[in-house]
Every structure is written in structure tokens, then in C-alpha cells.
Design a protein around this ligand. Structure first.
Ligand code: LMR
Length: 334
């Protein structure tokens, strides 16, 4: 009888501890700085859904949006330390960890459209850039899209001269810094989560961002004018802590890559609509007045910003800029 009780207790204990331990899911903390209702926010949720599905819940993805865990620079450091496993920072944010080449995407007017962008990200150059992340302890697993940037301020921005002396919030990119200086503005690097308040309180006068980012952060409510300039691009590199990624069982990694490939397609497919809708919503709100540039005005913006290419060639790499421009124009594989 005693034996039976003991054996029964052992089985019960096993049922509680053993199998439960064996089923402990692998947790991926995915931190990002934007709202859920954005191309990146939705992409992260799609990845969560597919990663859990394709691994039969052996992986659990926890998404932390809106800088709830970390701000821009902190999140990259947290990834390197392994405090989080996955991020999708914009191309403009890798400079501070020593990978300045992604700033090539920040060159003003460098990308005519998304077709040209895909030629870079889906081709050999896109892969070459991702490789640069490995010595920094991260693996680049995808490029996610956001869209083209618009400029906003409390005064109308029509001509390059209109920027003179205005303080502009920028992401942590030297190319963006040079772009603002070329316009005569004063650039100020600031974390994304702080932009709304900085605009509201007048710490900065203006900013540049995509419509979906502006709308979901309510920036249009504290900026009287928005110029539809499409002068630059914001996109993301989805990065994973390298040690974590390499240490995963091969079948899990394959399933996660599949989930990533499918959520990448999803995020990139919705990005344009998300930005179009955000723009329409901002227009409807009537809180910021939209300015369209004439062809001549746009040409003057371009002209004013062109010195950035030569100025930044030593930072980003002249060869890289050339290869980027070649890849954009290539019709076959690059
Ligand atoms: C910004 O800081 O303005 C953007 O990079 C935010 C984001 O992740 O889209």
C-alpha cells in the first residue's frame, strides 16, 4: 500500500514537473518603438502568430510595442546583451552600434520608389549589408518596409530657406544630420518615444517621418504644417540576437525563418495602405495643413540636399553608395 502511494506520488510529481518542464516554450521577446497599428506593429503581431503556429507553440513570442521595454538606442544594447531576442530598428539606427552602412538608405531622394528599394533589399547588396551585423552579435533576418517621409513644422516648409534656424528632431543617423544641416536647420537626435512631447512643448520645431508614424503618435496634432515631400525613406532590419539564433534547434530555426518570410511579405504588402490610410486620417482631422510641392520646389529641395552625398561618402562608403545606386537601376539580379 505504502509503495503504491509512493509510486502514485512519483507519477503525479512527474506529470507536474517532468512534462511541464519539457514543454517550457522558448521565449522570444520582440521589442519595438512604434504603435501596434503601424506596418511594423502589425508585422510583429503577424510574426508572433505564425511563429507560434509553425513551431506548435514550442516558441512563444512576446511583443512589446511603443517603447514599453526600451527606447531606440537602449533596445539595440538590450539585444546585444540578450535581454531581448528580436527587434526591428530602422536603417537609421545602426550607426551608434558601429554599423554606419545602413545610413545609405537615409540619403535624400535616393530611392525613387519601392520597386527600386526591393532591388536593393532582395538582392546581393541587401545580403551584403545584413552580414555586417554579425560581428555586432546580431543576425539580420529580414527587411521590413515602412514608407517615405514627410516633413512637418509649425511654419510652412515650401522652400529650402524655410528650414533655416529651425530645430528638427532626427533619428540617430549622421546622414540625416547632414541632410538637416544642408537645409540650414539644426538637427537634434531624439528617441522616437519623446518626439510628440518635444514637438508639443517646442523643444524642437519640426520633424520628418512617415504618415503612419506621425498619425499613430499624434504628431499632426502638434504640427501646423506637413509638407508632402517624400524626400527620404524609413524601413527596418529585423534583427535577432546571434547567440540565441544560432543556439536554436535547427527545426525550430527553420520554422521561425518561414514565419519571418511570410510576415515580411505581409508587412511589406500592407505598408503602403497603412501609410495612405494614416495620411487620409490626418487630412480628415484638419489638425495639420498639408502642403504639396511643385516640381520646381522639389527640384530646389533636391538641389539643396545633394551635397550630403559627397559629404557622407567617407562615412557610408563611396563604393557602397555607387553599388546602391547601381542596384536601384538594375533590371536583372544584382
Ligand atoms: C523614428 O525613430 O522616427 C522611427 O525609426 C520609428 C520607427 O521605428 O519607425
Amino acid at each position: 500500500m505504502k509503495h503504491w502511494i509512493l509510486a502514485g506520488a512519483a507519477v503525479a510529481a512527474l506529470a507536474l514537473v517532468g512534462p511541464a518542464q519539457a514543454q517550457q516554450p522558448i521565449v522570444i521577446k520582440f521589442s519595438h518603438v512604434v504603435a501596434q497599428d503601424t506596418p511594423k506593429g502589425k508585422g510583429a503581431l503577424k510574426f508572433q502568430e505564425l511563429a507560434e503556429k509553425y513551431t506548435n507553440n514550442k516558441v512563444k513570442v512576446e511583443v512589446y510595442p511603443n517603447s514599453t521595454l526600451y527606447k531606440d538606442k537602449e533596445e539595440l544594447e538590450a539585444l546585444q546583451l540578450g535581454a531581448v531576442q528580436m527587434l526591428a530598428p530602422s536603417n537609421s539606427k545602426f550607426g551608434p552600434i558601429g554599423v554606419k552602412e545602413f545610413e545609405v538608405f537615409d540619403l535624400p531622394f535616393v530611392l525613387p520608389d519601392k520597386v527600386a528599394l526591393r532591388r536593393v533589399t532582395d538582392g546581393a547588396l541587401g545580403k551584403r549589408l545584413l552580414k555586417l551585423l554579425e560581428p555586432k552579435g546580431m543576425v539580420g533576418v529580414a527587411y521590413w518596409d515602412n514608407g517615405f517621409k514627410q516633413m512637418s513644422a509649425n511654419k510652412p516648409l515650401r522652400e529650402p530657406e524655410d528650414f533655416r534656424g529651425l530645430k528638427f528632431r532626427i533619428q540617430s543617423s549622421k546622414v540625416l544630420e547632414a541632410q538637416m544641416r544642408a537645409l540650414g536647420a539644426i538637427p537634434q537626435i531624439m528617441a522616437f518615444s519623446e518626439v510628440y512631447q518635444a514637438l508639443q512643448t517646442g523643444v524642437v520645431d519640426g520633424q520628418e517621418n512617415t504618415a503612419s508614424n506621425m498619425y499613430t503618435q499624434k504628431m499632426h496634432e502638434v504640427q501646423k504644417y506637413t509638407t508632402l515631400s517624400d524626400h527620404g525613406y524609413i524601413g527596418y532590419v529585423v534583427v535577432v540576437n546571434k547567440k540565441f539564433w544560432d543556439g536554436l534547434p535547427a527545426d525550430i530555426r527553420t520554422s521561425l525563418q518561414r514565419a519571418m518570410d511570410e510576415s515580411t511579405k505581409y508587412a511589406n504588402d500592407i505598408s503602403q495602405t497603412e501609410n495612405d490610410e494614416a495620411l487620409a486620417d490626418m487630412k480628415k482631422s484638419g489638425k495639420t495643413q498639408f502642403i504639396e510641392l511643385s516640381a520646381d520646389q522639389k527640384a530646389r529641395w533636391k538641389n539643396a540636399m545633394m551635397p550630403v552625398y559627397t559629404e557622407m561618402s567617407s562615412r557610408v562608403g563611396k563604393n557602397l553608395i555607387d553599388d546602391f545606386e547601381k542596384a536601384i537601376k538594375a533590371t536583372g539580379t544584382n
